[in-house]
Structure formats: C-alpha cells, structure tokens
Design a protein around this ligand. Structure first.
Ligand code: PMP
Length: 353
C-alpha cells in the first residue's frame, strides 16, 4: 500500500479474478459462466460499424437500446438504466440504495458482499435451506435492501415467481433487487411485477445468453422514479459508461433473437446431458436453471477435482467459502465438444483415484 492511498481503503477485499486471467492461456474455460458461443454476427457487424465513429462520445442514455428493451418488456424507455455489465448496476445500488443496510443469501454471488463492504453497508446474510433460497426467511428485514439472484449462483436453483412475490409482499419497506443474470436459461422473470410493486428492481446482463461478456453490458428495469435515481448516480460518476461499440453490439444481439434462442437451447440440452453423466459417476448435482452446474463427488474432494482438471488444462470454479460448499465445484456449460473432453477427464480422474 502506498502512502497516498486513503486509509479507508487499507483493507480492500477485491473480487478474485486470478482464475479468469489464468484460463485465458489455452484452457477450456468452464470457470466464468460465459457463453461458449461467439456473439451474433449482427452484434459483431454493428460493433465494427460503430467503431468508425469513436471520435464522438457515446449516447449516455443508450437511447436505441432502451427503446428496444422497453418494447420487449412492455415498459417505458425511462424505466431502464444501463451499466458497464450488471456489476456496475449492482455497484450503483449498493452505493445509493442501502441506507438501512442490505440482506442477501449466505451462498450467492460473491460480489454482493464485496460491494457491501466497499460501500460500508451494514449487511446480513440469510442461510439457504437445502441449497435453496427460502422466501419465508426474508421477514423482519427492517427496510434492508434485499438482493436475490434468481436463479441463484453458484447453486443454479431458481425460485418461482410466487416465491419472489412473497419476498416482495413480506417486505414493503424494503427495496427488492432481483438479479436475473441467468434467467434466460430456465428461470421465471419477475419483470411482470414491476408495474404491481413500487419497490422492485430487476437486473439483467448481456454477458450470458447473449454472448457479450467482453463487451460489458448490463441493465436494470424498475419504476420511473427509482430509475431516475439510479440514472442520477450513474450520470454523477460515469455518464458515458457504455461505449459506442458495446451499445451497437447490444442492438445487434437484440436484432438476432433467433441466434440467442438457438444457443440457449443448445446450452440447456448439453447442461442436462452433462448433469446426467456426472450423476452416473457419483456426483451430487444440484438441479440447474442456469448455464452452469454445481456438483460434488461422493468420494473425491472439490479441490482435488479442481486441481486434477487444471493439470489437464480445463478450468472450473472451486469455492473454499463458506465451508459447506468447499466440496462443490461450479462448472460452466461449454460446447458439447468441450463437455465431452471435460467428462472424459473427470472419468479419468475418478479411475486414477
Ligand atoms: N449477477 C450474477 C449472479 C453473476 O453471476 C454475474 C456474473 N459474474 C453478474 C451478476 C455480473 O455479470 P455482468 O457484470 O457480466 O453483467
């Protein structure tokens, strides 16, 4: 730490990206829940065209994208705000909407805790029950902002729309943030509840089903009032947060819904097939509504499997915390060819042990 850094940052705990950087060196990347499929040719074409006008600042409101998404979800464009990935939206929300604290599951997207600590938000974690988010545990939240990933990560399990509605109606004093990063792979979206409740924000990303993780494009949908508050925060700290090529790529992806749907279907098919094969090899695999599986072997430790796969240049995600998930690994669904290589490697590792 240099002597110039503000002392409030002396014990920062950043998000761990080491495995992600490592896996860029010729590994089969099953560790970051990206899409194994390239962006739609339209996304590439539009981004390329947009790159010719980089001398100008991008549209700070992402007007065209907002218009398209508003049409898709029957909202007004003013109900949508964009982020440099949905991570940036989450950053705005922890920065500006957690005066009464935050609450989120004890096993969920690790960034919630990191952001809560960064913004000095008082937070509680709510235990899962049988690896599921339990809506009845979300009572007496005392106005805390509640963050729920639905489907949850890294478990992959989704809550029903009814369950989400239970959390909302049990907490009228709280803002409820539903992180739908993985919803396209099998979850039920709560977008239809935005017009019914004034305390709901849905976050979404183009990083997963739309193959644009590298472009960094996320957004949130809520009522106009809250959207304007989020926009004010964004325009205060980062008004041009979505670059022109990314806006264009996002439009290209939306112009090619057929491509997205085809990829989602392929990922779901390979996911279910991979789950069945892993179960045959002695794994407990949680049911998944996402593009990843969360799996634990009956006799080999999570760490052992992670390391043995890494030696074979296959990267999956191993968690050490909390201890009850340390024997689980999270496996992103790749192409069917990649998953064949993965399954063959797992078979070998089991036989060797
Ligand atoms: N929410 C969840 C649950 C995630 O797993 C991720 C991806 N790591 C994100 C949000 C953030 O995605 P992005 O910033 O790429 O939109």
């Amino acid at each position: 730490m240099s002597k110039f850094l503000h002392t409030k940052f002396s014990s920062l705990k950043p998000y761990d990206t080491s495995g992600e950087i490592e896996s860029m060196n010729g590994y089969i990347r099953l560790n970051t829940n990206e899409s194994p499929f390239p962006p739609s040719p339209k996304a590439i074409e539009y981004a390329h065209k947009a790159s010719e006008s980089q001398n100008y600042y991008p549209d700070p409101e992402c007007t065209q994208l907002a218009g398209r998404l508003a049409e898709m979800y029957s909202l007004k464009p003013t109900q949508i705000v964009f982020g440099n990935g949905s991570d940036e939206i989450l950053n705005f929300l922890f920065a500006g909407f957690c005066e009464n604290g935050a609450a989120f599951p004890n096993i969920t997207y690790s960034f919630y805790k990191i952001l809560a600590e960064f913004h000095c938000v008082d937070f509680i974690t709510v235990p899962l029950k049988d690896f599921r988010v339990d809506p009845s545990s979300y009572t007496a939240m005392k106005g805390r902002t509640i963050f729920i990933a639905n489907p949850n990560a890294p478990t992959g399990i989704a809550l029903s729309l009814n369950d989400i509605e239970t959390v909302i109606t049990s907490n009228p004093q709280s803002l409820i943030v539903i992180d739908e990063a993985y919803v396209d792979f099998g979850g039920e979206s709560a977008v239809c509840l935005i017009s019914k409740y004034d305390n709901l924000i849905i976050t979404r990303t183009f990083s997963k089903s739309r193959s644009l993780a590298g472009a960094r494009l996320g957004f949130c949908m809520t009522n106009e009032n809250i959207a304007q508050d989020i926009r004010n925060i964004k325009n205060t700290i980062t008004p041009y947060n979505i670059n022109a090529m990314t806006q264009a790529a996002g439009l290209g992806a939306l112009d090619d819904e057929e491509y997205t749907h085809k990829n989602i279907a392929a990922i779901r098919r390979v996911r279910d097939e991979t789950r069945a094969r892993l179960q045959e090899m002695g794994f407990t695999v949680l049911e998944s509504s996402t593009n990843f599986l969360f799996a634990k072997h009956e006799s080999l430790s999570g760490e052992k499997i992670f390391n043995a796969l890494k030696e074979r240049r296959i990267m999956i995600r191993h968690f050490t915390n909390p201890p009850e998930i340390s024997d689980f690994n999270r496996i992103t669904i790749g192409t069917s060819e990649e998953m064949k290589i993965f399954l063959e490697a797992v078979r070998e590792i089991i036989n060797e042990n």
